[in-house]
Design a protein around this ligand. Sequence first.
Ligand SMILES: [Zn+2]
Length: 255
Amino acid sequence: MAKSIHLTKEQALRYQRNIQLEEVGIAGQVKLLRAGVLLVGAGGLGSPAALYLAAAGVGRIGLVDHDTVSLSNLQRQILHTTPDLDRFKVVSAAEKLGVLNPELIIETYQERLTEVIAEELIKKYDFVIDCTDNFRSRYIINENCVKLKVPFVYGGVLAWSGQTFTVRPGLGPCFKCVFPVEPAPDSPATAELGVLGTVPGVIGAIQAAEAVRFILGVGDLLVGRMLVYNALHAKFYEAPVARNAACPVCGGYKK
Ligand SMILES: [Zn+2]
């Protein structure tokens, strides 16, 4: 197919507020429409991230999630509504995104991201968003993204706090550099400590912005710095994160 930079009249209107941005323009919008982003998890972080990517016109959105919608999800997982209870999250999510923006390709994988499928899945996409809630999945995303040189943005939320940074393989620390040791299985989680719904809302939106800026090739990504949001005191902090030269996942990369 010819790589024209033509947008239809409808696309020009739908994405007008993107196109008006100097850093986007028609060429940037075409980049977004041609890009593919994989979201691992269609819950608290995946909801805002997927909605903003679909609204922005990211042409191909992949969603991996094995879970169904439960009543306690609805306090923060804004892709899903009461009639979606017990439906698979990927089905509910694909429906909402399809209504928001019917011209996109939504690819769903109703399964857990395991070592077995991760590489095949991740290599189909330009960027990955970690919207999971456990270290095991994050390590799988990290190992495969580093191996395939696909960038991804990590997001984590607990109680009133959320944090995020982006991994660009070869250019900064990977997830294992920053979190070398998996927390014990009995470490506190949102299921026990709760989480304010707007915390994943804010972090998921920041993750979507990382994906968009990466695709466009503009601005600065959260590489080598972790952004922390505290919703109780309404504060953002930034903490430097560094590569570990002995990292077993990315240590082999030359700077
Ligand atoms: Zn590393």
